[in-house]
Design a protein. Sequence first.
Length: 185
Amino acid sequence: MKQRDLIKEIENACRGVKQAHLDRIRALGVTSCTIAALGAVQVPFGVMNCESIGGGIFQPGGDTPYILQPVYDDDVLIDIVAWRTIEPQNWLWRTGSAWALNPDAVAANSWQDEPLSIDATPLDWLRSSAAGLCILNWDAPEIRQLLRINSIIADPHIARQLRGALMKPAYFPEIRAREAFRNAA
């Protein structure tokens, strides 16, 4: 899927947001300030009917409304996650390429003394001012980037899951020494 298609989908979903959706998301603990701050730099969220097509991927359509959140990496839209307010712990990806909401927080936090906050769900991430990180794919190799962080704060379940993910042996390729050769002139 091309980036322009992702942009078009999230913009369409944003146009689908009605006052009732804003009221619902605020009732779930997301502040108007967070929505406004996100809206100043990106589409904060959208609403669209979606359906799962397997493998954790969704497509527009179906009868079920979802909250759609764009996922940016270095200011580039790389994916969209879709979740329902009644099940924020379950989400779907549009492309499957996003490992976390706000992955830029890792690089921004790697030199700071403040702990990096990791939220359990996209809704929790919005509730906490969209300032930390929400891991979307616990099997992604990018999780190893968190080893550069001085301090992380997370709820107990996420802390346990994170310890397990970071303690997994890292892939290490076979390395062979190349035989030296002489340039025959």
